[in-house]
Ligand binder design. Structure first.
Ligand SMILES: Nc1ncnc2c1ncn2[C@@H]1O[C@H](COP(=O)(O)OP(=O)(O)O)[C@@H](O)[C@H]1O
Ligand SMILES: [Mg+2]
Length: 248
């Protein structure tokens, strides 16, 4: 299997705090990896380092097997790595199509936006990732959508931007069961298209359902990695996580 991204012994310090301590992690093509750990474990620092928001103090980052240098947010996006942040990134007064194409509109040579094409493409994208409601189409305002559906728009935008790895930081926080299921359906469609997902969460049940593999982070260190096939239930994962952290 091909690795999209690989972190090797990455360390990140903030003043006296070591937020990441020689953390290693990789994500393969078509894989959903669940990154779990308590608050303050370093999950957000790990993904911010991975997407070039923070530069590591030590360690190696590889993209598709190639070591990168001067890694930054622009390079990460150009390499097909997109982060979906909760809500923040969408403009609710605007339509789905506007939000998907924001800043990257399809244009005619003389500058006018190819609106019909954008609408067609946006409709195709939202169906592809799993929007089923007949009441929703590319021209619906994002403000009318539920929390889970908004995540879907953000994922559609990432796919339009040629994302091969989509990072979701606690995407199901504050979502109802029904809405959480929608986000899971979107993630499964992303996986079906052979893209990868890094799913961050502290709700073990959510992470368990959606992931193929789990990476447990504790006080900045990757303390355990395990495959879903080796765990029978989310309770077992929870127990393994607690025991690992206790011993660490
Ligand atoms: N920008 C920052 N400046 C200083 N300390 C930070 C910064 N970001 C995170 N930290 C610290 O690094 C540790 C890991 O935080 P974080 O990555 O946010 O954990 P998580 O996402 O797992 O809750 C915490 O101790 C946190 O206080
Ligand atoms: Mg966090």
């Amino acid at each position: 299997m091909q690795q999209i991204i690989e972190l090797e012994k990455v360390t990140k310090r903030f003043g006296g705090i070591t937020a990441l301590n020689q953390a290693s992690l990789s994500v393969e093509k078509g894989e959903v990896v669940g990154l779990i750990g308590d608050n303050g474990a370093g999950k957000s620092t790990l993904i911010k380092t991975l997407v070039g928001v923070h530069s590591p103090d030590d360690g190696i980052i590889k993209i598709r097997g190639e070591k990168v240098s001067n890694w930054n947010a622009l390079k990460a996006r150009e390499s097909g790595i997109e982060t979906v942040f909760q809500d923040r990134a969408l403009c609710p007064q605007q339509s789905i199509v506007w939000n998907i194409f924001m800043g990257k509109e399809l244009k005619y040579p003389f500058g006018f936006v190819r609106e019909k094409e954008q609408i067609k493409e946006a409709n195709r994208l939202i169906r592809e990732i799993g929007f089923t409601s007949k009441l929703i189409n590319a021209e619906s305002p994002v403000g009318n959508l539920s929390g889970g559906e908004r995540q879907g728009v953000a994922i559609a935008r990432a796919i339009y931007n040629n994302a091969e790895l989509i990072i979701l930081d606690e995407p199901t926080n504050n979502l109802s069961l029904n809405e959480t299921q929608k986000v899971f359906d979107f993630v499964l469609n992303v996986k079906k298209s052979n893209r990868s997902v890094l799913f961050i969460g502290h709700n073990i049940y959510h992470v368990y359902d959606i992931s193929d593999r789990f990476v447990i982070l504790d006080r900045g260190e990757v303390v355990h990695q395990l495959d879903k096939k080796d765990i029978a239930t989310p309770e077992e994962l929870m127990k393994i996580m607690r025991d690992t952290i206790k011993k660490h």
